[in-house]
Design a protein around this ligand. Sequence first.
Ligand SMILES: Cc1cc2nc3c(=O)[nH]c(=O)nc-3n(C[C@H](O)[C@H](O)[C@H](O)COP(=O)(O)OP(=O)(O)OC[C@H]3O[C@@H](n4cnc5c(N)ncnc54)[C@H](O)[C@@H]3O)c2cc1C
Length: 469
Amino acid sequence: MRSSLLCVASAAGALAASVKCTRDQFQDSSYAPNDVIERDFAIIGGGAAGTYAAVSLADQKKTFAMVEIADRLGGNTATYQDPATGASVDFGVQLHLDDPIVHDFFTRLNSPLGPFSLEVFGKPQYYDFAKKVAISNYTRGTPGPDYVAEVNKYPFVDDLNKLPNPVPADLLLTWPEYAKKNKLSTASTEAGLYWPATPGDPLKTTALAIFNDGNHIELAEFSGKAVKNANSDNSLIYRNALAELKEHIFLKSSIIAAQRSTDRKGGVQLVANTPTGKKLIKAKQLLVAMPPVLDNMKYFGLDQQEQPVISKLSGKHYYGGVVNNTGLADGIAYTNAAQDRPFHVPGLPEVVEIAPSSHPGYQFYWYNSEEPKSRAEVESAAKSTIQWLQTQDKGNKKSEPQFLDFKDYSPFHLTPPTKDIADGWYGKMKGLQGHRNTWYISALFVVGSTQIWNNTHNMLPDIIKAAQL
Ligand SMILES: Cc1cc2nc3c(=O)[nH]c(=O)nc-3n(C[C@H](O)[C@H](O)[C@H](O)COP(=O)(O)OP(=O)(O)OC[C@H]3O[C@@H](n4cnc5c(N)ncnc54)[C@H](O)[C@@H]3O)c2cc1C
């Protein structure tokens, strides 16, 4: 291919030649005609945000090209399907708000919706997985009216696009400090510490982050206003979106160079590394639907307005997997609760829980760590936990767990340092929307998929308008 020939020549040659390579990679003449892709929009990342945007744009007869680094769409929505038994196990995103946008999106993508019953989470039994002791006479708290009263004080915490400046100082306290100062009950304090799939150390997490996750939407979901795919296959919407739109989607691909104009007419030009060679994608507007951490944004040539904001973001490490042949009882949520730490919060790294699935014989687990971990490390920790749990109940059996699927959800729950939040970070990030034809739609101001879809839906008219100028 001509572009790679130019780059090989430059790599072997002088610095001047490598400058030529960099410049040439944005020229049509460096590519075969089929490798120059002109679209209204480029979407980077095909999780909840990117897929929603792609389907909506296609429905509005707009053209797009999507670049997704994985071999599938769905991001944090992960479903294991056992071809032998037909079992389907959601081990990432579990539930959505029972909301019109969810019904519309699932219907659009031919995915049957059913009610989500909290009983699916199983009956909790508590153990200190690190010390290997059962924690009896303990029941983890759920949010009481005092929690609701506190979250009601700050209606903007649902969506940090609306965060005021200055940020109320109490919200920047750690959750235990906030709970103590505001005299929350133990049950409500614990509820804040244990929203499902919370990465990092909850004892160090700000009240702002706890409320942003455990917000009015989450409270509604946990009071029963929740739905999921009727067959425990929340990934079906993503498989169907891929089947329909595959000619516009580059899987196993990533951006390796970008030029983004400061004016609307100039649009954006992206060089994508794909399994079928390099492509030049020329689009009017760019939708960043991957986590916009510096490592992902490093090829986008961040300017002096973007760099100081985006460089502050980091995410946490979180992992999950599916296992069968555990010897453990179905319907039980084997939950990690530290014997002698505040509010029974386990130390990190930790297996968070071995949870039941809606298919007997299959369990999934979540694993939380401050440091990156390999699949082997995570599965080894899950295996030793499961084998110890086998000894803890007469009904459990000794058996060799089979690890069936795994997902690294990192970087998860992106946030800047607390001092930057106090310094107006969310307002600065919001100020980047549309800057250099670039829009940020993935989880950043909100956590859950329902809110991501609603926010993307509300932003699309502005994004489409920008492409028309
Ligand atoms: C274990 C777990 C359980 C959860 N449960 C729920 C739940 O029950 N309900 C709920 O509403 N939310 C839940 N969430 C929150 C969930 O993260 C969001 O709902 C939503 O999936 C986030 O969507 P997103 O598009 O922002 O990010 P993601 O879903 O993470 O999608 C980002 C996409 O970008 C891709 N990508 C990353 N880097 C690059 C790159 N360099 N180039 C190209 N592509 C890239 C990724 O592969 C991914 O496909 C859960 C999260 C986790 C981790």
